[in-house]
Write a protein that binds this ligand. Structure first.
Ligand code: SF4
Length: 267
């Protein structure tokens, strides 16, 4: 019988260098924004992957987070391996190193790759992060975006989930935690059953996220200041308090109109 109480531990994105216990070789975990291995102004990642595969004795894996693992690298090759990655422009966007918030966030493919999508996800997330990381780049929290409720990137298991609800519209999910142990849900008032922020315009997503980060940093307890503490802050204060704050905040108040909808709120 499998152990029903087995603890799988915290979520790991397998970033950076990992020593392989079995043989003393190393694996390099390489962040690929939204899984797009492409050549562009922010690095020639496709050429880089090809070059590394041709010039090192490595085995390549992909991760559930859409990143790459280059494994079986001898210790003495690690310095040259890093230099080669930099040569192809790996590690930065718009001339700046990937922020912590960017490294922990992501999106599904969405438009135009997925025929089920309502709206952009992979094509929206990098620009949302550009907007947010000016102020919040050091935040060790995760934002997940998908183009529809099928939620292939699991936005409800991120601190802040934005799930496509129509063309250029997103619904907010909170209560998930960056460590993957808690699942997010709609902003549903537990007393009235009313749901908020189910149809948010794309241009308002960054502003609402900013308000949520401000609310968290101003009111968190010392223990909730740790990386990944924001979801636990949300759980402590509860959905009612979050909804109240968003109704009172002058920037979000006008958007806090309850929706009278009959939906499967487990989605
Ligand atoms: S979440 Fe929806 S839009 Fe995104 S890949 Fe899955 S089915 Fe497609």
């Amino acid at each position: 019988m499998p152990d029903q109480n087995h603890d799988y531990g915290d979520r790991s994105l397998h970033s950076a260098w990992i020593e392989q216990e079995s043989n003393g070789l190393y694996t390099c975990g390489v962040y690929i924004e939204n899984g797009r291995i492409i050549d562009g102004p922010d690095g020639n990642l496709k050429k880089m992957a090809r070059y590394l595969m041709d010039n090192y004795p490595i085995i390549l894996f992909t991760t559930p987070n859409q990143d790459l693992l280059f494994s079986n690298i001898p210790d003495e090759m690690r310095g040259r391996f890093e230099e080669d990655m930099k040569r192809f422009g790996y590690g930065s966007r718009n001339g700046k190193s990937y922020s912590t918030l960017r490294l922990l966030s992501g999106a599904c493919v969405g438009r135009d790759t997925c025929r089920l999508t309502y709206t952009d996800s992979e094509k929206f997330e990098p620009f949302l992060l550009d907007e947010l990381e000016v102020k919040w780049g050091g935040m060790a929290e995760s934002i997940g975006i998908t183009g529809c409720e099928r939620q292939c990137f699991r936005p409800a298991t991120k601190t802040i989930g934005w799930v496509g609800s129509a063309f250029n519209m997103y619904q907010l999910k909170l209560m998930g935690t960056e460590d993957g142990r808690h699942q997010g849900r709609h902003l549903k008032d537990p007393k009235t059953g009313e749901i908020y922020l189910r149809m948010v315009k794309r241009q308002d997503v960054g502003m609402i996220t900013d308000v949520l980060f401000e609310f968290y940093t101003a009111n968190r307890l010392p223990d909730e200041s740790r990386p990944g503490g924001m979801g636990y802050f949300h759980s402590r204060i509860g959905m009612e308090a979050i909804i109240s704050h968003l109704k009172e905040n002058p920037r979000t108040a006008k958007l806090m109109k309850p929706m009278k909808v009959v939906v499967n709120t487990r989605l």
